[in-house]
Unconditional design. Structure first.
Length: 166
């Protein structure tokens, strides 16, 4: 085979310099990639998203202990041939809080089950703040009116009727 002459090489468009880098995933797998030196971190994240089937927004790249900005390029971050980048992804899930806490301002007490639940403001309160007056409930006036109406109905139902003529 013969190699192209220098004249024909200069006539063809310049291809960007490429380099091989390695990306280490959270699971410990290493992904080799051949990319242009001027590739942006945003485009690298897009390529990694396709390779790993992870959403692009969740991928974070770390090199030399620093998170890489999506607007920068590999060259700007001094990433050279054979460099290893680390892929970081956010952790999902976790356990819910073990104990429901009182919703009143700075109170750290555990909320009482059932009797600590306010039906008017949907808050959870401890023994000190479970009453509507104690936690300054927004539904306090509605609660008082409802309680008054309920008591009035109960009293009317228990009223004895006077029978005349006996």
């Amino acid at each position: 085979m013969h190699s192209p002459s220098p004249a024909s090489r200069s006539a063809s468009p310049e291809l960007p310099e490429t380099m091989q880098i390695f990306v280490k995933t959270v699971r410990g797998d290493t992904i080799p990639m051949t990319v242009p030196e001027s590739l942006s971190i945003r485009n690298l994240r897009t390529l990694l998203s396709v390779r790993t089937s992870l959403p692009e927004e969740d991928l974070r790249l770390v090199y030399a202990g620093k998170h890489l900005s999506t607007s920068s390029t590999l060259a700007e971050n001094n990433i050279h041939r054979e460099s290893t980048l680390h892929l970081a992804v956010p952790l999902r899930g976790g356990m819910p809080p073990k104990k429901i806490r009182c919703n009143y301002k700075d109170c750290k007490e555990g909320a009482q089950r059932i009797i600590g639940d306010c039906g008017f403001c949907n808050g959870h309160f401890c023994g000190k703040h479970r009453l509507l007056e104690d936690h300054k409930c927004d539904g306090l006036e509605d609660c008082k009116k409802e309680s008054h109406d309920r008591n009035a109905a109960q009293l009317n139902a228990e009223r004895t009727q006077v029978i005349k003529g006996i």
